[in-house]
Design a protein around this ligand. Structure first.
Ligand code: MF3
Ligand code: CO
Ligand code: CO
Length: 271
């Protein structure tokens, strides 16, 4: 198992790729409204990446072993879709939630991030799932520093999700990232404190918890990519790309439109 420790030059380029990935989400935000199709969101993001940013959409034709090439520039996962939703011509409707997952390549380096979007007015239980999932991601991020273990991160995410009555998807995880889209290590969103890989300055990986309102079980759709909850409950996901620094962490996928850290984390955490 080889975890790449990034050089100062790698880190500079990952900062740029990360910011650009986040700026695609900033750009697309005002377009996420009732009536728009995910195919249109894909088209807008694709054109922005290629024509405005000079980035390459990493998902397009991405083909891990056992898969067919991914057919779009972004992933659009609506309601019960957990991840890897393929953009289609069905209009989003009032009350939907959609995860937009953007990965760009700039100068050979990848930036990977996703956010949840509310379409019109969304039910309070659905907003709560998205909010708790955001807190899960940040609870994980806040633990990142040299000497911490990946199991610490997974355990914190799992604890917060389950405390709120939700479940953590097991089949997909965060990942090392750099010149490759998916590198070692695997960053599980569940686990035991004090176990797993020890973090070292210069590691870069994503934290991207997928949290289901119902049971954790998944189902793969016949298109070979789309993953849904087996019980058809709503699922949420947020993702950032994180650098381990000498003293803690740096969020690489940041831009002017990045949502603030959740309030939960600015208050002391008890129990
Ligand atoms: N962006 C996803 C991740 O966070 C991976 C998508 S693979 C694709 O790891 F091919 F569906 F784009
Ligand atoms: Co990722
Ligand atoms: Co992603």
């Amino acid at each position: 198992m080889t975890i790449v420790i990034k050089t100062q030059e790698d880190i500079e380029k990952m900062r740029i790729a990360g910011r650009l990935a986040s700026e695609v989400l900033d750009y697309i935000t005002p377009f996420v409204k009732p009536g728009v199709t995910t195919l249109e969101l894909n088209r807008l993001c694709h054109e922005y990446m290629v024509n405005v940013q000079g980035t390459i959409p990493a998902p397009l034709n991405y083909c891990p072993p056992g898969y067919t090439p991914y057919p779009a520039a972004i992933c659009t996962s609506v309601n019960q879709v957990i991840c890897h939703g393929i953009p289609n011509d069905k209009p989003l409707k009032n009350g939907d939630v959609v995860n937009l997952d953007i990965t760009v390549i700039k100068d050979g380096y990848h930036g990977d991030n996703s956010r949840m979007f509310e379409v019109g007015t969304v039910a309070s239980h659905t907003r709560r799932l998205s909010q708790v999932t955001y807190e899960c991601m940040w609870l994980g991020i806040e633990l990142v520093k040299p000497g911490a273990r990946l199991g610490d991160i997974g355990a914190a995410i799992q604890r917060h999700a389950e405390k709120n009555g939700y479940s953590v998807v097991r089949e997909f995880c965060g990942h090392g990232i750099g010149k490759k889209f998916h590198e070692e290590p695997q960053v599980l969103h569940y686990g035991k404190p004090g176990t797993g890989v020890e973090l070292k300055a210069g590691m870069i990986f994503t934290i991207e918890p997928m949290i289901n309102a119902g049971k954790k079980d998944i189902r793969s759709m016949p298109d070979g990519w789309t993953i849904v909850t087996k019980d058809r409950s709503i699922s949420a996901q947020w993702e950032h790309t994180i650098l381990v620094t000498e003293t803690g962490y740096e969020v690489l996928t940041q831009s002017a439109g990045s949502p603030a850290k959740p309030v939960l984390l600015s208050a002391p955490v008890t129990a």
